[in-house]
Design a protein around this ligand. Structure first.
Ligand SMILES: Nc1ncnc2c1ncn2[C@@H]1O[C@H](COP(=O)(O)OP(=O)(O)OP(=O)(O)O)[C@@H](O)[C@H]1O
Length: 726
């Protein structure tokens, strides 16, 4: 499908040639496989993609993995016959998804269905015995089935990618009576057409919830795609976007604004890298990764930090609920669609069906002044729409909100735990009322507001929607920071409004906590950084939680890599856990390895007995250390690794700690202390605060966050405890 017709291929001066690398034997093989076949109208074979997965699984070296994927993508881009109908499913399958995250496509197939299939050939005891030494059903299925003489009577039909993807989508959509039998039959038929072990192994893994587990994730795919796209552009003589790093930045930024591989690949193949910033843009119906905030330790430090970039700030209540990105779209025929997306871009519309009505009722009209503000500086075509005039109707918007448990009768906010007790899919009566607290607007009537300053975005939000009932504007107060000659900006704060009990921002913080909020969000209203940056943890948005004040400090979100059995009270249960951060991050030297998890510390505090029991029989357990884990070769916390029960990456905990120390055992944030270049960063007195199921692995703390927190802590130490930011 071409999302951007009419096609236009610009032919201007030849792009700079990308850096040439010597092809490894494996990449030579990939090219050969990918260009060998021409059957089925040029469709690509699942066999070749499965072989790519096998190659990727055989190495942990990021550069090698990137090279394999790049080669595959170059072949895919150049193969005009195969076209997007092959390239798109190939990349979705690489990314471990059957389509965009917000479509929530899941096969609903569990281990038991695959075991069922296998018990038709071999006994359950053999399967169970194999599972003891090899926990992966994909490998077991491959080892059993590949030896069978399965094709004596019926010749297998080659599996092509468009056909495979269509069949997997059909499996996802199956519902109702007899669904298990139907799924089983369809998977059986797919497996019957597989001729090689990798085909079977990765097909089974693809249909199971644990996924491919070969260490291939979006950042690596996007890096490989940027290299493949640059080579493809250069071959066609399309304009270059700069060097390899520039191409990577363009592709990653495009995916952040429009996280849909169908659209990205269409833009890359049909139009070229230079056109991506115009084509892969925010639109209603496709969620973006939300903008995030940096933690701070005191009101004064917040103001000092923001004073460096602006003189107008707002401090809003930090509501303790769930991020909700609300998309409203009205088609020309008057039909409307409302979607509510989580911070992980999952569609939560079925969790909040009551909010859909709330959103439908909150629209106002667009006045001429607001139409001007919307148009101001916008390059979007939609900004020239003559309908954006006096009394224009609101036909689309994207609003950034926090969904909070709420008592409408008393207009009071309820705790986070109350919100968590709401069912994922509301089917019966709604028992927990929820309100939306809106704090930002990033699209209105097709015009993107990302480059507008927050002050204008907020004015637009408050003019084109009406507050009332369960749709409310975030409570806050604006401050003008003024500084007399030589005075610290925090000394002189001109207040507007009267919210804080004692007439200050600190009073506002207290007021927010009294209103059952977590603290404050301080944001630059104007200035160069006051635009909306999707997926960026910005220094123009600062969060100040009541908990951060005083001792105790910041929190980090870390992945649980595994655990060790305890002794004493904890005998027979996992008692301590190995925690890791994600590699890379903005500004971190080693930001190529963002697809790995690096050991930071052991942690056994903050866990109740029932937690330990649950984690001891955890669904995340795997038999071997996952390839993407970077752990000291021999030991963690002075112990050997033989007794570690490994978890696949997935379980995320929020960790509080006393402070960050330099450690030879930690692999995260290595080099943060220039005087100790080989050492990493670890935590003193780490304690698990809560499980973060609302976070994805992509959004946990990374090397850069560790270094950041360490440096902020050093500022405090150097200032001998000044009340500076933590
Ligand atoms: N007024 C507000 N403006 C922006 N975000 C708000 C506001 N009130 C509540 N929030 C919530 O606070 C979050 C900001 O904190 P952060 O970016 O660190 O998210 P987080 O990593 O989930 O951390 P945490 O929720 O532990 O603070 C937002 O994602 C949003 O869900």
């Amino acid at each position: 499908m071409d999302f951007f017709a009419p096609r236009q291929v610009k032919k201007t001066k030849k792009a700079k040639a990308p850096v040439k690398r010597k092809a490894s034997e494996a990449t030579v093989q990939t090219t050969k496989r990918m260009t060998d076949h021409t059957a089925n109208g040029g469709d690509l074979l699942w066999k070749d993609l499965a072989q790519l997965f096998e190659d990727v699984e055989s190495t942990t070296k990021r550069l090698e993995i990137t090279a394999y994927v790049r080669k595959y993508l170059i072949c895919g881009l150049r193969n005009d016959e195969a076209g997007l109908r092959n390239l798109q499913p190939a990349v979705w399958l690489m990314s471990n998804r059957l389509g965009p995250q917000y479509e929530g496509l899941e096969t609903g197939v569990g281990d038991s269905l695959v075991k069922d299939l296998l018990t038709a050939i071999t006994s359950p005891s053999i399967i169970n015995a194999k599972l003891k030494s090899e926990p992966d059903l994909g490998s077991i299925a491959a080892s059993i089935l590949v030896k069978q003489n399965r094709h004596a009577f019926s010749k297998p039909k080659p599996l092509y990618l468009p056909q495979l993807m269509a069949e997997l989508h059909a499996i996802c959509k199956l519902d109702g009576e007899g669904v298990r039998k139907e799924k089983r039959g369809r998977i059986q038929r797919l497996i019957n057409n597989c001729t090689t072990a990798p085909e079977i192994k990765f097909l089974v893994r693809t249909v199971l919830p644990k996924g491919l587990r070969i260490g291939l994730k979006d950042p690596t795919i996007l890096t490989a795609l940027s290299q493949a796209a640059a080579a493809f552009d250069s071959k066609l003589g399309r304009p270059s976007v700069g060097d390899e790093k520039d191409a990577e930045r363009v592709v990653k930024a495009s995916f952040a604004s429009c996280p849909n591989y169908d659209i990205l690949l269409d833009a890359v193949k049909t139009h070229g890298l230079a056109e991506l910033p115009k084509l892969c843009v925010l639109r209603s119906g496709i969620p973006v990764n939300p903008m995030l905030a940096k933690p701070m330790k005191s009101v004064e430090s917040v103001i000092t930090k923001l004073a460096a970039v602006t003189d107008e700030i707002t401090c809003e209540y930090k509501y303790d609920g769930e991020r909700a990105q609300v998309h409203f779209t009205q088609d020309p025929d008057g039909t409307t669609a409302i979607q509510i997306f989580s911070r992980n871009m999952e569609d939560m519309s079925r969790k909040y069906p009551d909010l859909v009505d709330v959103v439908a009722g909150c629209r106002a009209v667009i006045s001429p002044e607001i139409a001007n503000l919307i148009r101001n500086g916008s390059m979007d075509e939609a900004a020239n729409d003559p309908n954006l005039e006096v009394g224009a109707e609101v036909t689309s918007f994207v609003v950034d909100c926090e969904a909070v448990a709420y008592n409408v009768a008393t207009s009071s906010i309820l705790p986070f735990q109350t919100l968590m007790s709401r069912q994922k899919k509301v089917t019966d009566e709604i028992t927990v009322d929820v309100a939306l607290f809106a704090f930002d607007m990033i699209l209105i009537n097709g015009v993107r507001l990302l480059d507008h300053q927050l002050k204008d975005r907020r004015t637009i939000l408050r003019s084109v929607t009406t507050e009332g009932g369960k749709f409310r504007f975030a409570i806050g107060e604006d401050f003008v920071i003024t500084s007399e000659d030589g005075a610290e900006p925090t000394d002189v704060i001109g207040r507007i409004g009267d919210l804080g009990d004692d007439g200050s921002a600190t009073g506002l913080l207290d007021a927010s906590v009294k209103a059952s909020c977590e603290g404050l969000m301080a944001k630059a209203l104007t200035g160069p950084g006051a635009h909306y940056q999707p997926s960026v943890r910005s220094t123009h948005w600062l969060k100040l939680k009541k908990d951060y004040l005083g001792a105790g400090g910041d929190t980090l979100d870390l992945v649980v890599m595994g655990g060790r059995y305890g002794t004493g009270d904890r005998a027979g249960k996992l008692g301590t856990f190995l925690l890791g951060c994600r590699g890379g991050g903005v500004g971190f030297e080693d930001d190529d390895d963002d697809d790995v998890y690096k050991y930071i510390t052991d942690c056994g505090s903050g866990l109740k007995d029932e937690d330990l029991i649950e984690y001891s029989k955890n669904e995340y357990r795997v038999d071997r250390k996952p390839a993407e884990y970077v752990v000291s070769t021999q030991n963690t916390a002075g112990k050997r690794l033989d007794d570690v029960v490994w978890f696949r990456p997935g379980l995320i905990w929020e960790i509080k700690f006393a402070d960050i120390t330099v450690s030879p055992k930690s692999k995260g944030g290595v080099g943060a202390d220039p005087k100790k270049p080989g050492l990493g960063l670890s935590l003193r007195f780490p304690r698990c605060v809560r499980r973060r199921d609302d976070k994805t692995l992509e959004s946990i703390s990374n090397d850069a966050d560790m270094v950041d927190a360490y440096q902020r802590q050093s500022v405090v130490a150097n200032n001998k405890g000044d009340d500076d930011f933590y």
